[in-house]
Every structure is written in structure tokens, then in C-alpha cells.
Design a protein around this ligand. Structure first.
Ligand code: GTP
Ligand code: MG
Length: 250
């Protein structure tokens, strides 16, 4: 980015990059913890995989131009919400909302903006759950709330979005009507597929619940009760919670 910004802003840009890299680490750690918690309680991973990226300098410059703003550090910080971005690919639609809720309710996370393109798909058929959140980054003498874009979607939604993205660029945003119609049709099929997969998974869960009901798990092995594990919650009994942070017998 140095060569694109004024010379005197290069050092500031490097400081901004430090924050954006830090916020990616923070959010990815939070997601990994949630995924591990879910894994302990469920028989599947709610998060298939996570990718993260810092927006390329060319894309930042293009977006700033598109927004008809001057390419300055201040404008980048102010107008580009996705310099730091993570994409979470989930197995099922229900997992998307679980993950989104679990992130949103963390004390140090501020939700700035939500776009639910699953409840309200875009006219082209695009579906995904988008959040812009900020997380405090602790430096030696400062704390800076730093924003990060989170996109959450299923494997099927991701499949659709990556093809649509390619087509969009190939035709510079003006794909022939026939292709646009076919893409929209695929989006409908994908939404149907996601619903089907979810209902199959729910049936499997019910079979499992019945199994556990008839073969109670050894309480020592599982901290979660059967009911809690259905919600993907790992409960730590109140009686031992404080022991994680205290020292005894000194
Ligand atoms: P921008 O990031 O400037 O587009 O801001 P916005 O307010 O339009 O954000 P929005 O939440 O709509 O989109 C953010 C990101 O989601 C984009 O940068 C893309 O990565 C993705 N996205 C949004 N719409 C589409 C779409 O129609 N197709 C595909 N493939 N991706 C999309
Ligand atoms: Mg957009």
C-alpha cells in the first residue's frame, strides 16, 4: 500500500496493518474456541473451515475509487469495513445463527452492522450472513477497537458465491440474462439442499438422543447433560467455575 498512499502515510499504514492482523487473530481464536466447544457437545463440527485475509492493496484502492473518495489512510479506515475479513463455512444453516449469536454476545465484541442475506437473499440469489464487528486490540499504551468483516455461510452457499464471483468478473458485472437466470435457479436449489441436509441432520440427532437416553453416558466422561449438548453448550458446573482462576492452599 505504501506506493499508493502519500509517502508520509506509509508508517501509519503499517500500524494499521498491525491492528488488522491482530483483529484477525482475535476473531479466529474466538471461533476456534467456539468450534472446540461445539465439537465436545455435538457429533459434528459446526465450522467446516475458516479463511481469513487482509484485503489486497489493489482491492482497497479499487473500492475507494468506487466510493469516489480520495485514497488516504483516513478514508480507508473510515469507509472500508472489510480490510480485515474472515469467512466461516458451516455445515448447516442453523450453525450460522448459532455462531453469529455466540460471537455477538461476547463482552468485548461490538456488533456494528448485520446483513442477513439468508433471511433476505440478494436479487441475484446471493445468500450469506454478514457481520461487521469491532474487537479491542491491546497495545502497550493503547486500546484500539478494530473492525473486521465476518461472512458466515454453508458449504453450498459458498459453492454458489464462488462461481457467481467468477462469472461477475468475467462479464464485468453484466452477465447475459440466461446465465443470471440459471444462477438464480441454482440459488433456489442450494437453499432447498441446505434445508434438506439440515432436516436429515436433525433426524440423525434425534436417533442419537434416543440412543443416549437408553444408554446414559458415564457422568465422568461428559460434563454436558444430554439436553445441553443438543444446544451445543458445554456447561461447567457452578461449583468448579471459579477454580479455573483461583489458587488454593497457599
Ligand atoms: P461492500 O463491501 O462495499 O460491497 O459493502 P456492502 O455494504 O455492499 O457489503 P455487503 O455486506 O453487501 O458485501 C460484502 C461482501 O460480501 C462483498 O465484498 C463480497 O465478498 C460479498 N458479497 C456481497 N454480495 C455478493 C454477491 O452478490 N456475490 C458474491 N459472490 N459475493 C457477494
Ligand atoms: Mg457490496
Amino acid at each position: 500500500m505504501g506506493e499508493l498512499l502519500y509517502y508520509n502515510e506509509e508508517e501509519e499504514w503499517n500500524r494499521a496493518l498491525l491492528l488488522y492482523n491482530a483483529v484477525l487473530k482475535e476473531i479466529c481464536t474466538k471461533l476456534e474456541i467456539l468450534n472446540n466447544e461445539f465439537k465436545l457437545a455435538h457429533q459434528y463440527n459446526p465450522i467446516e473451515h475458516i479463511t481469513s485475509r487482509i484485503k489486497s492493496t489493489q482491492s482497497i484502492a479499487r473500492k475507494i475509487r468506487h466510493k469516489k473518495k480520495e485514497l488516504t489512510l483516513e478514508n480507508i479506515l473510515r469507509y472500508i469495513n472489510d480490510v480485515a475479513g474472515v469467512r466461516i463455512i458451516c455445515s448447516f444453516t442453523s450453525d450460522i445463527y448459532r455462531i453469529a449469536d455466540a460471537i455477538a454476545k461476547q463482552n468485548d465484541v461490538t456488533v456494528i452492522k448485520i446483513k442477513d442475506y439468508i433471511a433476505n437473499p440478494k436479487p441475484n440469489g446471493y445468500t450469506s450472513y454478514h457481520m461487521i464487528v469491532s474487537i479491542p486490540i491491546f497495545l502497550s499504551n493503547d486500546v484500539i477497537d478494530t473492525k473486521v468483516e465476518i461472512q458466515i455461510r454453508t458449504i453450498a452457499m459458498d459453492f454458489w458465491a464462488s462461481l457467481e464471483h467468477k462469472i461477475y468478473y468475467k462479464f464485468e458485472g453484466k452477465a447475459p440474462q440466461g446465465i443470471q437466470d440459471e444462477l438464480r435457479e441454482c440459488a433456489n436449489i442450494i437453499s432447498f439442499l441446505d434445508q434438506k441436509m439440515l432436516s436429515i441432520n436433525e433426524s440423525v440427532q434425534h436417533f442419537q438422543d434416543d440412543y443416549y437416553h437408553n444408554h446414559p453416558i458415564d457422568a465422568d466422561i461428559s460434563v454436558a447433560t444430554a439436553d445441553e449438548s443438543k444446544n451445543g453448550i458445554v456447561s461447567i458446573p457452578d461449583s468448579i467455575k471459579s477454580l479455573f482462576s483461583t489458587i488454593e492452599g497457599e
